[in-house]
Design a protein around this ligand. Structure first.
Ligand SMILES: Cc1ncc(COP(=O)(O)O)c(C=O)c1O
Length: 390
C-alpha cells in the first residue's frame, strides 16, 4: 500500500467526525430553516457546530459563516469586502504567494476597476510587514495575506501586519488560514484579523465545507444570493452534516494540537534530513517559521513531477510537487517564482506533507524511497542527455 504524504492537499476523514455527521445524514435530515421539529433538530446541530468553531477561534457564533470550503470562504471574504467597500476605495493589497482562491479572486476584481497590489516576498516566502504598511493609501480597503503557505509551509507575520493595518482606519485584514488551521492557534483577537478562512478537509473533517470568520461590524456583501441563511451573508440550505463534521474535527485538532505538532515536527525533521542528504537538494520555505507537517525541497537536475509520478506508480508514496490545485497544469509554481527560483530550479520541487495519522515506519520508508527516486530520476535524465552522474 502506498504511503500517503500529501496531507497538505487533503486529509482522511477522522472516524469521530464521521460519527458526529452520520445522524445529520440520516434521522436528523430536516432543513434548519423549517419551523417544525425536524428542522429544529437540524438547527440545533448547526448552532452547536457554530458555537464550537467560534469558541476555538475566540469569536462569537454570529461571526461564523459556513461556506462550501476554503475557496468559497476566500471568495466571499475578498469579493464581499471589495464590493462593500467600493464607495470608500478600490485598492487591495496582497502577496505574490497566495493560493489561487485568493489570487484569482483578486484578478477577477481587477476587471471591475479594483487596483490589486501584489507585494513581493523574500527568499523564504515571507512578506515584510513594513512593506504592507507602506503600500496602504487612503484608497485602500483591504489587505489579504495568508497565515501559512500551502506549497512551502512558511508562516507569515500576521500579527505584525495586523498591528500596522490597524493604524489605518477602515482597512480590513483577511487571512487565508486554510493550511495553518490544524497547527497554529487561530485566536482571531490575537491575530488581529477581520476576516479569516478555514476548510474542513485540511484537518480530517469533510470536504466541501469551510468557515469564514467575519468580525462583528465588518460589512461584506453576500456573493451567493437566495435565502436569508448565515445572517444574509450566504444564501442556500446549510450543509448541516458538513458543519457538524468540521466542528468535531476542528475541536479534536485543537485539543491534540500540541502533541500532534511536536510529533510531526520530529518526524518531518527526520524526513527532511534524509532528503537533504541527497546532493543538489535545498529546503524551500522558511527553515524555522514553517508549518510542522511539511517538507518542501528542490532537487536540482530532476523534474519533481516525474519523481512524484514514479513514486506513485511504484505504489510507494503519494506526494506532490506543490499545490494540488495546479498539479497537471505544467505551470511552474508562482510561489517558488516569487521566492526567486528560476523555472529550471522550480521544476525540481517536491512537497511531502505529514498528518496526524502518519507513522514512524512510514517516515522511515519514505526516507529511503524518496532519495532513491531522486537519484534514479537524475541518472535517467543524465543518461538521456548522454552524460554520467558521479
Ligand atoms: C492555502 C489554501 N487556501 C485555500 C484552499 C482551498 O480550500 P478548499 O479546498 O477547501 O476549497 C487550499 C486548499 O488547498 C489552501 O491550501
Amino acid at each position: 500500500m502506498a504511503i500517503y504524504l500529501d496531507h497538505a492537499a487533503t486529509t482522511p476523514l477522522r472516524p469521530e467526525a464521521l460519527e458526529a455527521m452520520l445522524p445529520y445524514l440520516t434521522e436528523h435530515f430536516g432543513n434548519p430553516s423549517s419551523a417544525h421539529r425536524f428542522g429544529q433538530r437540524a438547527r440545533a446541530g448547526l448552532d452547536e457546530a457554530r458555537e464550537q468553531v467560534a469558541h476555538r477561534l475566540g469569536a462569537q457564533a454570529r461571526e461564523i459563516v459556513f461556506t462550501s470550503g476554503g475557496t468559497e470562504a476566500n471568495n466571499l471574504a475578498l469579493k464581499g469586502a471589495a464590493w462593500a467597500g467600493k464607495a470608500r476605495g478600490h485598492r487591495i493589497i496582497t502577496t505574490a504567494v497566495e493560493h489561487h482562491a485568493v489570487g484569482h479572486s483578486l484578478r477577477y476584481l481587477e476587471k471591475f476597476g479594483f487596483e490589486i497590489v501584489e507585494l513581493p516576498v523574500d527568499r523564504y516566502g515571507r512578506v515584510d510587514p513594513d512593506e504592507v504598511e507602506a503600500a496602504i493609501t487612503d484608497r485602500t480597503i483591504l489587505v489579504s495575506v495568508m497565515l501559512a503557505n500551502n506549497e512551502v509551509g512558511t508562516i507569515e507575520p500576521i500579527a505584525e501586519i495586523a498591528e500596522r493595518v490597524r493604524r489605518h482606519r477602515g482597512v480590513l485584514l483577511h487571512s487565508d488560514a486554510v493550511q495553518a488551521a490544524p497547527y497554529l492557534d487561530l485566536d482571531v483577537g490575537a491575530l488581529g484579523v477581520d476576516l479569516l478562512s478555514i476548510s474542513g478537509h485540511k484537518f480530517e473533517g469533510p470536504k466541501g465545507v469551510g468557515v469564514l470568520y467575519v468580525r462583528h461590524g465588518t460589512h461584506i456583501l453576500a456573493q451567493q444570493h437566495g435565502g436569508s441563511q448565515e445572517r444574509h451573508r450566504r444564501g442556500g440550505t446549510e450543509n448541516v452534516a458538513g458543519a457538524v463534521g468540521l466542528a468535531a474535527a476542528y475541536e479534536l485538532a485543537c485539543q491534540e494540537r500540541r502533541e500532534t505538532t511536536a510529533r510531526l515536527r520530529r518526524l518531518r525533521d527526520r524526513l527532511a534530513t534524509a532528503l537533504l542528504a541527497v546532493a543538489g537538494t535545498e529546503l524551500t520555505g522558511h527553515p524555522r517559521d514553517r508549518l510542522p507537517h511539511l517538507v518542501s525541497i528542490i532537487a536540482r537536475e530532476v523534474d519533481g513531477a516525474e519523481v512524484a509520478v514514479g513514486l506513485d506508480l511504484n505504489d510507494q508514496i503519494a506526494c506532490s510537487v506543490g499545490s494540488a490545485c495546479t498539479s497537471g497544469s505544467n505551470e511552474v509554481s508562482h510561489v517558488l517564482a516569487a521566492m526567486g527560483y528560476p523555472d529550471e530550479e522550480a521544476r525540481g520541487a517536491l512537497r511531502l506533507s505529514l498528518g496526524r495519522t502518519t507513522t514512524e515506519a512510514e517516515i522511515d520508508a519514505a526516507s529511503e524511497a524518496v532519495p532513491r527516486a531522486i537519484l534514479a530520476a537524475r541518472e535517467a535524465g543524465a543518461a538521456l542527455a548522454g552524460t554520467s552522474v558521479p
